[in-house]
Design a binder for this molecule. Sequence first.
Ligand code: NCD
Length: 314
Amino acid sequence: MPETLAAAARAAATLRHLTTPVELPRHLIEELLDRALGFELGEADLQRRDGRLLATLFYEPSTRTRFSFEAAMHRLGGQVLSAENAVKASSAAKGESLEDAIRVISGYVDAIVIRHPEIGAAARAAQAATVPVVNAGDGAGHHPTQALLDLYTIRKELGRLDRLRVGLVGDLRNGRTVRSLALLLSRFPQNELVLVSPPGLRMGDDILEALGETAVDQTGELDPVVCTLDVLYQTRIQAERFESAEAYERYRGVYVVTPDIMRCLPEHALLMHPLPRVGEIDPQVDSDPRAAYFRQTRNGLWARMAVLDWVLGS
Ligand code: NCD
C-alpha cells in the first residue's frame, strides 16, 4: 500500500467517534465528566481548538443539542458550519446518500456532529467519514452526549453516580435519551432502575439485556414509586415515532409531574428531563429547587465541550 494510503488507513483506525454508549466504558465516562468540570470551572490549562472546524448536520429538529454543540465549539476556539435543516437544505433533498454527504463534508471539517431520524445513521456516517463523528441522536436509537450531560448533572448535584435509584419515566421504547442513560448508569455499581411506562412503550430488550448486574423494576404506575427515588427522569412521549396521530393520542399525558407528585419525591432527589417538554411537567413545578431540567441544559455545554475536545484529539 502506498505510504499516503497507509497513513490514511492508520488515521481512520484511530479516529475517536461517539456513536453509541458502547464507545463509553466507565473510565472514559469519568475522564469526560472530569474534563467537562474543568471547562465549567474555567481551568486554564485545558486544550483550545483554535482554527478547528466542526460541521453540525441536523436531519431532525433541535434546539438545545445543536446550539450547545455549536456554542461548545466556539468556546473551544473553533468554528462551525451548520446545516440545521439538512433534509431540505442539503443535497439529501436531491437524493444524495448519507454516506456520500459525509465523505464530502469530511473533506472540509475536522469533526461532524449528526442528528438523523434513522437508527444507526451515526454509525453509518462514522464508517464513511475520515474525521470523527458524534451522534446527536439517531432516531429511536441513542443520544450518548445527552446521557453524558445527564450523568454530569447527577454527579454535580447528588455527588455520586453509584447506589442510585433512578426512575426513567414515559416513552422508554422510542426515547433515545433514556435508552442511552440506562446503559451509562449500568456502568456504575449498585444502581437500580425503575422503568415506568405503559406496556406498549416498554424499554427495548436490546437495552434490558445489556444492563448486566443493574437491578431493574418495570411498572406502569408512577405514583407508588416516586417516594423511593433519588432521580425522577421524566421524558416526552415521542409523537414523531408513532405511525399515526391516533396512536400517539393514546399515550399523550399518560404521566404528568404535578406539585402533588413533587410532594412525594424525597427532599434530596432530582427531577430531570432532557426537554423539550410538552405537558408532562407542570410549569408550577419549575420553581422547586429539585427541578433540575434547566440546569441540566446548561450542563450540556460543558459535556459537549469535553466530547468535542476528546474527539478532536484523535
Ligand atoms: C431529546 C431528543 O432529541 O432525543 N431532546 C434533546 O436532545 N434534549 C428528547 C426529546 O426530543 O424528547
